[in-house]
Design a protein around this ligand. Structure first.
Ligand code: COA
Length: 170
């Protein structure tokens, strides 16, 4: 399996993977595919990676991960929001999601990012080093699901905000 940046030929499958992966997710509003499209249209999809695996007909995209800027107190301090990350339901729990997260974080390090935040299950993301973000406030998000991984320097304090693409209505 290879992890590589998305190309225009991947846009449709990225949309389909996000729809399928989040269809039964308990906390999803099923807008993830719209969020990714809106980020891309606004030039705000900082990093968009796909996992491509060999298949009988050549290769297929198994999963996708997106990163965009996250601002603290309205300022760009080099922090990024991880998400959405999605794997085709029949390909989950085979390591695809982990590879996408690890390669995404490695690329953020190469770009000298300060760190990464996300909203997600601490039981899953702890394996990558994410911890509960105790110095940030993200309106509408229960603190136990706001997770942070510092790559360089200290953790920022204050109000976290995302790109307007995440405010899209279903
Ligand atoms: C979450 C997701 C991206 C993980 O990708 P994946 O390829 O299935 O995950 P991996 O195979 O790399 O990792 C599997 C491990 O994670 C665990 N895991 C997967 N999803 C989990 C979850 N939501 N909570 C806790 N653990 C989880 C599995 O139990 C497994 O643990 P193990 O290695 O100890 O056996 C994928 O399951 C998915 O698309 N889910 C639906 C969409 C979603 O929830 N996205 C994340 C929103 S924050």
């Amino acid at each position: 399996m290879i992890i590589r940046p998305e190309t225009p030929a991947d846009h449709t499958v990225i949309r389909k993977i996000n729809i399928a992966a989040f269809a039964t997710h308990p906390f999803s509003r099923q807008t993830e595919h719209l969020n990714v499209d809106a980020l891309r249209e606004d030039g705000a999809l900082t990093l968009s990676l796909v996992a491509e695996e060999p298949s009988a007909t050549g290769s297929r995209v198994a999963g996708h991960i997106a990163f965009s800027e996250a601002h603290v107190e309205g300022r760009d301090l080099g922090w990024f929001l991880l998400g959405p990350v999605a794997v085709w339901p029949d390909l989950q729990r085979k390591g695809v999601g982990s590879k996408l997260v690890l390669e995404g974080l490695a690329e953020l390090r190469r770009r000298n990012a300060s760190g990464c935040v996300l909203v997600g299950d601490p039981a899953y993301y702890a394996r990558f080093g994410f911890r509960q973000a105790t110095t940030l406030i993200y309106p509408g998000v229960p603190p136990q699901y706001l997770l942070i991984l510092s790559l360089f320097g200290s953790e920022p304090s204050g109000m976290l905000s995302h790109h307007p693409a995440f405010d899209i209505e279903p």
